[in-house]
Structures are given as structure tokens and as C-alpha cells.
Design a protein around this ligand. Structure first.
Ligand code: ZN
Length: 204
């Protein structure tokens, strides 16, 4: 049997390391940044696992860095903490919808949506895609922030369901707003996200 020794991405410890982060660091991170209240962003209810103020912490930056590698087990853990934190149980009442990844964007939103879907037993559809992303290149940075999405799913077949837009990180809420419009302004609409990153100081 081959034994691989991993060290924690955050503290360097070799103890209790699961999915590249050690248990004490993971627990401290969830405890410190957990965001059990739902927020209202651009008029929509947004539930997040954590609230992230960039510059305030390196732990969450490390986490996001880890997640850039494909980490399905870590997404499973994060989403389990999310559903427990928000006490989400009604699997038949929700439909999860995410945006199709593009070549330049990894499918973090899919990993997040798939993991929640696995915990709740609800359906997850990759039902939105970016509208003509190449045309965005001609626009100024300011214009680009309100990206357009188009729906590739007919949600009229799901009128009894609460429509949940799933995304890994919510910042300004422009994607969320575009999703709401593209889906035809569903009557019952929320966003579920891993982190709400405040826009104060963004290091990219
Ligand atoms: Zn650690």
C-alpha cells in the first residue's frame, strides 16, 4: 500500500490532513467565517457558507487556491457544512441551476452544485450559459461587469420548485442578477454560494 503524506496548505502541519487542509485549520475557518444568516444582494436572498473579506484572512485565500485543483471531496465537505448551517432538508422543493463553464473558467460552480445535489437528493441542471463571451472583449471593464446569461433550460416545467442559482463565490451579485433575468424572473428564487466575498479589496 502506498502512503502519501500531505501537509496542510494553510499551516504546513502533517497531522489530520484531509483534502489538503488539516482538520484544526478547517474547523477554525468554518467557525470563524461561517455566515448562517442569509444576505440580500441585489434584491435576492443569498445563502452562503462563509463571508470572506479579502485582506482580513489568508486562510480563505488558501482554501480558494486549493479548490483550483479539482477537489470533489473538499466540495462535498464544504457543501455538507453549508446544508447543515442553513438547515436545508426539503430536497423535492428545489431545483439547482448553474452556469456552464467556459474554457477560461473551471467548473467550480458545477462541483458545488453537484455536491449539494448529492446531499439533498435534489436535481442540479447546468441550465445557463454565457451570452456571446467574445463580444465582451470589445467592452470596457466597467461594461463587462454586467455579464449576460442565456437560459438553456425551460424552467416552466418546474413551476412548483424554488429555483436555486448555485455559484461558488458571490461578489457583486451581477451574475446572480443575470441568472434571475435569464430564467425569466422565477417567482421563488435564491442563490446558494460557498462564499460571499466583499468587494472592498480584491486581490486577483
Ligand atoms: Zn492546518
Amino acid at each position: 500500500m502506498k502512503i502519501e503524506i500531505q501537509s496542510c496548505m494553510n499551516c504546513g502541519s502533517f497531522w489530520f490532513v484531509k483534502n489538503l487542509i488539516c482538520k484544526p485549520c478547517y474547523t477554525a475557518m468554518i467557525g470563524q467565517f461561517a455566515n448562517p444568516q442569509s444576505s440580500e444582494i441585489r434584491g435576492h436572498k443569498v445563502r452562503t457558507l462563509m463571508k470572506w473579506n479579502p485582506g482580513e484572512t489568508n486562510t480563505l485565500s488558501s482554501l480558494v487556491y486549493i479548490l483550483k485543483e479539482n477537489q470533489p471531496q473538499l466540495w462535498m465537505q464544504l457543501s455538507l457544512d453549508f446544508v447543515n448551517l442553513h438547515q436545508l432538508y426539503n430536497s423535492n422543493e428545489v431545483l439547482l441551476i448553474s452556469v456552464q463553464p467556459t474554457l477560461s473558467h473551471q467548473d467550480h460552480a458545477q462541483s458545488w452544485g453537484n455536491a449539494i445535489s448529492a446531499h439533498l437528493g435534489c436535481e442540479h441542471i447546468v441550465g445557463l450559459r454565457k451570452f456571446n463571451p467574445t463580444a465582451q472583449k470589445d467592452k470596457t471593464k466597467f461594461e463587462r461587469t454586467d455579464l449576460e446569461l442565456i437560459s438553456i433550460v425551460d424552467i416552466s416545467a418546474f413551476t412548483s420548485k424554488k429555483i436555486i442559482f448555485v455559484d461558488d463565490i458571490v461578489t457583486t451579485g451581477s451574475t446572480l442578477k443575470a441568472a434571475y433575468e435569464a430564467l425569466g424572473r422565477p417567482r421563488d428564487f435564491e442563490c446558494w454560494s460557498m462564499a460571499y466575498r466583499t468587494v472592498g479589496s480584491i486581490a486577483k
